[in-house]
Design a protein around this ligand. Structure first.
Ligand code: ADP
Ligand code: MG
Length: 303
């Protein structure tokens, strides 16, 4: 669906993309992750056909974007900071873009009504957009991106202005789109719930993708599993020595009643460790596998 090959983009002598390569398959959700200022919006704007680039190739749906101007109906683009005519209300805005696309007033009402409901803006829809918060504009921008029911979505930091509830709504809508077989290329610098919907993630750093894979595979590869074990009293040195001596345990950290045990592999070593822990003389009150996140991978790869 998207093929970016050896893409180079500079603003004057400031090199932003230096040989970017990304491939996104049809029906896939791809998370494009990187620090602020690394070139995510630049890439999105290039794919949307809004800005040019120096060299390389961008193919969308088999078409080179330099040869064929894409129809605005082909792509649902949610910019990082979507702009609207502030004096229009949401209904009027849909009427505006619907008519540009050739829809009748009746069709527009029907489609816009459903979308406004999906992004929870029904109540605000008659108010001027100029008075919307950033989060509301982001919701409206997403609804507008969905208006023409495109096959491909470019979502630039889609959850950046949303509160936790808004982010959950966003994830749900993205999952619905995935179910309909849509392809989604989304960027983010805040690593949060959004990452979980991605089939694959790619980390951009210094102008190119430095790591790319399925999220679980990345976690396996880059993040060491840790069990946090809590005892009802500070464990004895004997307990700690027993844990440290296990051949599959790399490290044991102690913080009063809590102990973190770093093991080599979740699959291979979890059961063995749990059996050992039960046998210890100090009673255990809880044991949890520490939730590893993309954040840790990101830090490891980028730092
Ligand atoms: N129109 C522009 N003119 C000059 N420099 C720009 C322009 N747009 C972006 N940049 C610079 O390019 C770099 C990448 O920006 P951007 O793509 O917006 O990053 P991101 O979206 O990853 O935060 C930044 O250093 C930014 O300052
Ligand atoms: Mg950006």
């Amino acid at each position: 669906m998207i093929r970016i090959e050896d893409l180079h983009k500079s603003y004057k002598d400031h090199k932003v993309l230096i040989g970017l390569n990304i491939q996104v398959e049809k029906g896939e959700i791809y998370g494009f992750i990187g620090h602020n200022g690394v070139g995510k919006s630049t890439t999105m704007n290039i794919l949307a056909g809004l800005i040019g680039f120096q060299s390389g190739k961008c193919i969308i749906n088999g078409k080179d974007i330099r040869d064929n101007g894409l129809l605005f109906k082909d792509i649902g683009y949610l910019p990082e900071d979507p702009k609207f005519y502030p004096y229009m209300n949401a209904w009027e805005y849909f009427d505006f873009i619907g008519r540009i696309g050739g829809d009748t007033g009746k069709e527009i009402k029907l489609k816009a009504g459903k979308l406004l409901e999906a992004v929870k803006l029904e109540k605000a829809a008659k108010r001027a957009i100029g008075g919307y918060s950033r989060g509301m504009k982001q919701r409206l921008g997403f609804a507008v991106a969905m208006y023409h029911d495109p096959e491909l979505y470019l979502l630039d930091e889609p959850s950046s202005a949303l509160d936790p509830e808004g982010r959950i709504d966003m994830v749900n809508i993205i999952e619905d789109l995935k179910e309909k077989g849509k392809t989604i290329f989304l960027s983010t610098h805040i690593l949060n719930d959004i990452e979980k919907v991605c089939d694959r993630v790619g980390i951009i750093h210094d102008g190119r993708i430095v790591v790319e894979d399925n999220l679980n595979k990345l976690l396996e590869k880059y993040v060491q599993p840790v069990y946090d074990i809590e005892f009802n009293r500070r464990p004895t040195g004997n307990c700690i020595n027993k844990l440290s001596a296990l051949e599959y345990v790399d490290k044991v950290d102690i913080d009063d009643r809590r102990v973190s045990v770093y093991i080599k592999s979740i699959e291979r070593d979890s059961q063995k460790l749990l059996r050992e822990v039960v046998e210890l003389e100090a009673p255990v009150t809880s044991i949890n596998l520490k939730r590893s996140s993309l954040e840790e991978i990101f830090m490891k790869v980028v730092k």
